[in-house]
Ligand binder design. Structure first.
Ligand code: B12
Ligand code: SF4
Length: 601
């Protein structure tokens, strides 16, 4: 079982419980029946599933944010007399805490395949390496199970047992997860990997991975696919990645891969980066963490800021997406330091960035240090999601840090970043993206931000939206779009011809706070995009968006909202301009749909 509860990045796409699929594949032949239930995707109640499947054993996979939901599921299982076992990064770090709950019978520490098989075969946890359990009111921890050194012995994850259709952010493309390696040789103080894999990285053979990729494409009936390599450190063995790229290039696959990589590896191997982008591995997530050497040192990241720029350059030159994650709210960071993060992210050329709040997960060095000093105040595991502040820092309050996270996100994710993404995208595809495709992607971004924001600050959403609006006002957007030319990044020739010379103003407001995006167009170009506080008087047409809508997902008053959107265009001239805008958009949508129906044209 995977408990429900989306957090952070999982609002962007569905999370596939690949660990459970690995275990299911490994025990399939020793049990009568095995089912994988993902409560995030499941519509039936757990009690109904128990009645349906009558399980002897329920295994639950947990990360910290799933602690509460996992215990709830275990309680229901236990009430039905079913034995419970849990595993994953979180229980591996806190087996005693988990076993202190009456509904948990066993914990599997570390990799689960071999331990789970032995458990179901023996029918008892006694003397099963890697298992912790209770006996006579006492908690027993069996010896650790040695790591699986040769990952090629593992059967591929049991995708055929999947009951759900997992999708990527656009909700139309299938997505999947593949692991080339396990573990990481990094020692970052905030990461669970050092305690999970003890600094040991093991890699599958590229041939074995390729076989799984081909099987996965068959599973998805050769539909376009978005695949995340879930390796914590994908470039940990560059030679094997190099060979995998050779194998990938022998096939004509419609797959876009994403990988989590260390910046130093990407800086060191420009040739392999080039090859990866050529082979379809085009999206990268790097732990940039901070522009300050003191933070990189205190977190034991083991890299210098010098490699940041080099890594990003190597990816951009080949048209890849250079994504970076930052850690904000470290114990001695100040507001000024954090405010500089998004600017640094743009300076080094990242085309995607996330700003997570430093979170002490049990099992990490970071947790031990803060716990020793009694600084962790949060007791609800739901909030250990890198989006909430959970411990006391020297200079900033919880509210300050959470608002900083919003500020950084808004400062980075502005129109200049979106256009920059398209300019890099063109290097690889040699074509401009269609305007409709671009707008569609932005609506997914808004959905992601709204979901994330609603989740992050349920009671404080308005305050965060206002911080967002404030951060968006940035003269750099106008300077950048004047220099680059939005029409150079997007295919909009026909659109501009129909729309003509305009100053389209799109105003976003919440209560008394308003920010406007002004798009200045000619018949052939977009001269600039300007972001201003308030409204500008000389626009030729206005679009009005009330951001209260974001916290009200109910679309029953759609007509009312559409009327409000165009409500500031009541003169004949403005109505005519609005009409031109609607015709221009309508024509683009029609062309987009025709192209999708007849891609060869
Ligand atoms: C890939 C990955 C992701 C991907 C997931 C892709 C997918 N599956 O679709 C993405 C990028 C989406 C992601 C998102 C997040 N992640 Co993440 N992620 C990872 C990473 C790199 C690898 C995890 C993985 O897939 N391992 C491979 C599989 C095979 O292993 P596994 O699932 O652990 O399962 C094995 C064992 O744990 C065990 N096991 C697991 N479950 C069970 C159950 C039973 C019954 C048994 C017996 C055994 C068992 O057996 C399995 C097979 O050996 C880790 C580690 C890292 N260094 O960063 C972080 C990590 C898991 N993520 C983490 C976090 C915090 C997050 C986010 C909250 C980040 C954010 N702010 O958005 C979100 C969470 C989203 C959510 N839960 O809603 C933390 C979790 C910390 C903790 N203690 O809980 C980790 C450990 C990183 C860290 N900070 O150290 N993540
Ligand atoms: S490099 Fe990444 S996966 Fe490795 S220890 Fe550091 S944060 Fe964890």
């Amino acid at each position: 079982m995977k408990p429900s509860g989306r957090k952070g990045l999982s609002f962007a796409f569905d999370l596939i419980p690949i660990g459970l699929e690995y275990i299911a594949a490994y025990i399939k032949d020793t049990v009568e029946d095995v089912h994988i239930i993902d409560m995030e995707m499941e519509h039936r109640k757990f009690q109904d599933l128990i009645n349906l499947y009558c399980p002897d054993l329920v295994g639950i996979s947990l990360s910290a944010t799933e602690h509460n939901q996992g215990l709830r599921l275990a309680k229901i299982a236990k009430k039905n007399g079913v034995t419970t076992v849990i595993g994953g990064y979180h229980p591996t770090s806190v087996p005693d805490l988990m076993l202190s709950c009456p509904q948990i019978d066993m914990v599997v520490r570390g990799e689960g395949e071999l331990t789970m098989r032995e458990l179901v075969e023996k029918g008892t946890p006694e003397n099963v390496p890697g298992a912790s359990y209770k006996k006579g009111g006492k908690i027993i921890h069996n010896e650790d199970r040695p790591r699986i050194e040769n990952l090629d012995i593992l059967p591929f994850p049991a995708r055929r047992l999947r009951q759900y259709s997992y999708k990527s952010q656009d909700r139309t493309t299938d997505c999947d997860v593949i692991m080339m390696s396990r573990g990481c040789n990094g020692l970052c103080s905030f990461c669970c990997e050092p305690s999970m894999s003890h600094g040991c990285l093991r890699c599958r053979s590229p041939e074995n991975v390729m076989k799984e990729i081909l099987e996965t494409t068959e599973y998805h009936e050769r539909r376009p696919l978005s695949v995340v390599f879930a390796d914590p450190n994908f470039m940990g063995n560059p030679n094997r990645v190099n060979r995998l790229c050779d194998l990938l290039m022998e096939h004509d696959l419609n797959i876009e891969f994403c990988a989590m990589v260390r910046a130093d590896a990407m800086a060191k191997s420009p040739e392999i980066v080039k090859k990866m982008c050529g082979a379809g591995i085009i999206k990268f997530e790097m732990g940039i963490e901070s522009p300050n050497s003191k933070d990189l040192k205190s977190t034991k990241k083991g890299i210098t800021t010098r490699v940041h720029g080099e890594a990003v350059r190597n990816i951009r030159e080949n048209g890849g997406r250079a994504g970076g994650t930052f850690v904000i709210g470290l114990p001695d960071q100040t507001a000024e330091e954090i405010k500089a993060f998004p600017t640094y992210a743009k300076e080094i050329g990242l085309t995607a960035a996330a700003f997570g709040i430093a979170t002490p997960f049990p099992g990490t060095e970071f947790y031990d240090e803060l716990d020793k000093q009694g600084l962790i105040f949060e007791t609800n595991w739901d909030n250990f999601d890198e989006m909430h502040s959970v411990y006391k820092t020297k200079h900033l309050s919880k509210e300050n840090i959470e608002e900083m996270a919003t500020y950084c996100m808004a400062k980075f994710w502005n129109m200049d970043t979106f256009i920059d993404q398209e300019m890099v995208f063109q290097k690889r595809t040699r074509r401009k993206k269609a305007l409709v495709g671009f707008i569609r992607e932005r609506t997914f971004n808004v959905g992601f931000l709204a979901n994330n924001g609603n989740e992050l600050q349920k009671d404080n959403f308005g305050q965060h939206i206002k911080a967002f609006l404030e951060a968006w006002v940035d003269p750099h957007v106008e300077a950048y779009t004047r220099e680059v030319g939005v029409h150079e990044a997007l295919e909009m020739t026909r659109f501009l011809r129909i729309l003509g010379p305009q100053k389209v103003q799109c105003s976003l407001s919440l209560d008394d706070a308003t920010v406007s995006f002004v798009f200045k167009t000619t018949k052939k170009t977009v001269e600039y995009i300007r972001v201003i506080r308030g409204r500008q008087d000389d626009s030729t047409m206005n679009l009005e968006v009330d951001l209260k809508w974001l916290s009200e997902p109910d679309h029953s008053n759609l007509i009312e909202r559409l009327a409000f959107l165009f409500s500031h265009n009541l003169s004949i001239k403005r109505l005519w301009n609005t009409f031109r805008l609607l015709v221009a958009i309508g024509t683009e949508i029609l062309a987009w749909n025709l192209r999708k129906a007849h891609p060869q044209k």
